[in-house]
Every structure is written in C-alpha cells, then in structure tokens.
Design a protein around this ligand. Structure first.
Ligand SMILES: [Zn+2]
Length: 102
C-alpha cells in the first residue's frame, strides 16, 4: 500500500524551513547536548559531528542559562545561513527555537 503525499508528509512530520531564506533544503551536521543540574556551573557537553563524538564540560553555547539544552546545527543549500534548532529547558517549560547564524 503506497501513501499519498499528504499521508507521507504526516508520517514524516513537517519539513523544517531555513529561518533566513525560507528554503526547505536543510542538512544537520552537528548535534550538541548540554546536561547540567539546575544552576550548576559545570555540566556535561556532548558533541556529535564530523564522524566523531567528543565530550567535555564546557557549557558555552548551551541555549539554557540554567538547565539542560540541545542544539542541532544545520547548513542551508539555498543561502549561507547556518541555522541552529535548539531545545531549552527553563523551569518546567521546554522551549523550541530555530535561529539563523551567518
Ligand atoms: Zn537558507
């Protein structure tokens, strides 16, 4: 049984668009996970990209100033933007954002 375009789009979710140009050809190339206890000055920073995994305790770049965070770095086929999709833990809320960096 084949799926229609609409059914397949629903199964796959929605296409992420470049926040700078609106293009739909985004590629993720690096993922960063930040883990820390609430307000702790040190934590865990995991980076997956370029065929390797690295771990350190640097929290610079954590989208959350107080707790956990996650960044997915993209590049766009249509422009020079380097969008970053982030999940930020703030108190009981989880925030989702996508910003373009050039
Ligand atoms: Zn773009």
């Amino acid at each position: 049984m084949s799926l229609s375009f609409e059914e397949r789009a629903t199964e796959l979710g929605r296409i992420l668009l470049c926040p700078f140009c609106g293009g739909n050809y985004l590629h993720h190339d690096r993922i960063e996970v930040f883990e820390r206890e609430e307000d702790a000055e040190a934590g865990l920073h995991l980076i997956v990209g370029n065929g390797k995994v690295s771990i350190d305790n640097e929290l610079e770049g954590n989208p959350s100033r107080w707790r956990h965070g996650l960044n997915i770095h993209f590049w766009c086929e249509h422009c020079e933007a380097k969008p970053v999709l982030s999940l930020t833990q703030h108190k009981g809320n989880t925030w989702l954002d996508c910003k373009a960096q050039k």
